[in-house]
Design a protein around this ligand. Structure first.
Ligand code: GLU
Length: 612
């Protein structure tokens, strides 16, 4: 959460560069923004505003056009203190010497605030961040060496932080500090940049240094030197990244969410590319190579949050049915504070689009400590989970800018299915079944293209429900988690309350909610259980509920029952939940647009959840 962007350059670059960088990072937080810039011999200039940086007024931009040797900025996702101008970053120390932007949470901010207040520091904001600026300022009084003071300061802070720090007495350098919140340094000709993610740097440079936890970088325009928190040099050098900048452009689409739903045929193709091995009727995932051909985990534990958790629940069906591997799916945030038993032979899959999800990262560390083999399933190349796992399977979904997960979710399903085929083939899955699954995976991108043709139909259906205040989503078997994900998507982008349920659970309570004002979305492509779902739908119909059914082409059981039927091409039972996801995304999108919501940056949310 929160985006940090900064640069150190010669005197010809203007802080507009930071505006541009922050716009690319805005998906990480967008309740307020601020920029500090500095030229030698002058005082630091700080500009702050409430709201999105993409909505900056021309007058505000004007102030950021004059060149500065260094500048740094922040788009905030407030944790401590409401999103007003005073709480917006950067924060400046009382003496004015230190300026800080921060991503994360300082957990011991209260104690530090009391200590600093008792020494005469007066706080202006309600943020936890302000303590960092004053504390560094204070430590500089005790030791005159900046690196010593910085080391003392970061060792005193508890919690998670990615920081960019400016010392106005050193107008030729910035300090980038990382503990638990991501930070990347880009090395360019005659200038260096700091960013919360590598994507925002890729337009300027492909040479980057990923900071590790417990590391800081001293960034000048000539280069970067990295240290650990005890001031020992860590000697990091820049590595080349491969990021296709054009793929993140909006093009002719109205919103990133729409573009990313339409990216799905291609993103699914990218997830499958080079991984299906027909000659052996299996899937080959290079990320598993280091475990060796003989690696046979006995059970799987998936750690995830949000949409990734829903994908994990579908994965449980895949692993249990296809590989007979007992599988548990856990909210990372619960797992990390539970004294979890990790049995020998457990493969822990840490799943996160960003690869930075704080709880999943902590859960991963805890499970490694307890001896589990760990595998990362992430989208962002070089992210913390990818690096800490040391092995994993990339989603290859491409950059996802919309805050609501769409293409990353369907790619997670595909990757989990591929993993289940891989382990299934080691454990008695026949060549025939293996080939059947490979065939259906190969056809998936083309079928996804066909599903996208339901877009206009779903837009029209949405018009009828634009005033709904609640929705139910139901499904059975692998489509129960798809119902959960459909409901989450609707809540996230349209702010309509929705609940996902296993279809058979309705009669154990929630059916009391059914009225003509409570629409139900039924997801029913699982051929083996269709009749059972049809009975559940009859029960809703009998109580006057309105029904939107997402079914396979072949299935006509719902035509007389549902108010609206959206069909997806008939596919293998293990693949059709992936197809059935797409209409739920389109429904959430159209309802949100019709209700005038900001679909790409919904209220209160941010992508890449780097706080607990
Ligand atoms: N905890 C800090 C604040 O509330 C930083 C939040 C962020 O990461 O944007 O200001």
């Amino acid at each position: 959460m929160c985006g940090i962007f900064g640069y150190v350059a010669n005197g010809h670059v203007s802080p507009e560069l930071v505006v541009d960088g922050l716009r690319r990072l805005e998906y990480r937080g967008y309740d307020s923004w601020g920029i500090a810039s500095l030229n030698a011999g002058q005082d630091v200039q700080i500009t702050k505003a409430v709201g999105k940086i993409s909505k900056t007024s021309p007058e505000q931009l004007d102030r950021l056009r004059d060149p500065a040797t260094l500048a740094m900025g922040h788009t905030r996702w407030a944790t401590h203190g409401e999103p007003n101008e005073t709480n917006a970053h950067p924060h400046r120390s009382q003496s004015g010497r230190i300026v800080v932007v921060h991503n994360g949470i300082i957990e011991n901010h209260r104690e530090l605030r009391h200590l600093l207040e008792s020494e005469g520091y007066v706080f202006k904001s309600q943020t936890d961040t302000e303590v960092i600026a004053h504390l560094l300022d204070r430590n500089l009084r005790y030791t005159h060496r900046f690196d010593e003071a910085l080391s003392l300061t970061v060792l005193e802070l508890k919690g998670a932080f990615g920081l960019a720090v400016m010392d106005i007495q050193q107008p030729d350098r910035l300090f980038a500090v990382r503990l638990g919140s991501p930070l990347v340094v880009g090395v360019d000709d005659g200038r260096c940049l700091i960013s919360s993610d590598a994507n925002a740097l890729a337009i300027y440079t492909k040479q980057v240094i990923y900071l590790d936890d417990g590391e800081w970088a001293e960034v000048t325009r000539e280069g970067v030197t990295t240290y650990d928190f005890h001031r020992a040099a860590t000697g990091k050098i820049a590595e080349q990244i491969e990021i296709d900048v054009a793929a993140s452009e909006l093009g002719s689409f109205r919103h990133y969410m729409l573009k990313e739903m339409y990216d799905q045929p291609e993103s699914l193709r990218n997830a499958l590319r080079g991984r299906l091995q027909r000659s052996e009727a299996t899937v080959r995932l290079a990320g598993l190579d280091d475990l060796g051909e003989r690696y046979r985990p006995e059970r799987v534990k998936i750690l995830a949050c949000g949409s990734s958790w829903h994908a994990g629940l579908v994965g449980r069906y895949f692993f249990e049915e296809l590989a007979r591997m007992p599988t548990e799916v856990e909210y990372s945030s619960e797992f990390r504070y539970r004294n979890a038993v990790i049995e020998p032979g457990t493969l822990v899959i840490a799943m996160s689009q960003s690869g930075e999800t704080a709880d999943t990262l902590a859960g991963l560390r805890e499970s490694k400590r307890r001896g589990a083999q760990a595998l990362g399933v992430v989208n962002v190349v070089g992210s913390s989970i990818a690096r800490e796992c040391g092995r994993g399977v990339y989603l290859h979904a491409g950059h996802e800018c919309g805050v609501a997960a769409t293409k990353s979710f369907t790619n997670q399903l595909v990757v989990l299915l591929m993993l289940a085929v891989h382990f299934g083939r080691q454990r008695g899955m026949s060549i025939r079944q293996g080939l059947e699954l490979l065939d259906s995976l190969e056809r998936l991108p083309e079928l996804a293209e066909q599903v996208l043709k339901t877009d206009e139909q779903i837009r029209q259906v949405s018009e009828e429900y634009v005033d709904a205040t609640n929705f139910l989503y139901i499904g059975r078997s692998m489509e129960f988690p798809i119902a959960l994900e459909g409901a989450l998507k609707l809540k996230e982008v349209s702010y309509i309350h929705a609940e996902g349920l296993p279809a058979a659970e309705l009669k154990h309570g929630p059916i009391a909610l059914i009225t003509p004002e409570m629409p139900t979305v039924v997801i029913a492509t699982q051929s083996f259980i269709l009749d059972k779902v049809a009975s559940n739908v009859q029960e809703i119909k009998a109580r006057g509920g309105r029904i939107i059914a997402i079914v396979s082409e072949e299935n006509d059981a719902f035509h007389s029952l549902a108010d609206h039927v959206v069909t997806v091409p008939t596919a293998h039972d293990f693949v059709s939940p992936i197809l059935a996801t797409i209409p739920t995304q389109l429904l959430a999108y159209h309802l949100a647009v019709l209700r005038g919501c900001d679909v790409d940056q919904p209220r209160n949310l941010a992508k890449s959840v780097t706080v607990e």
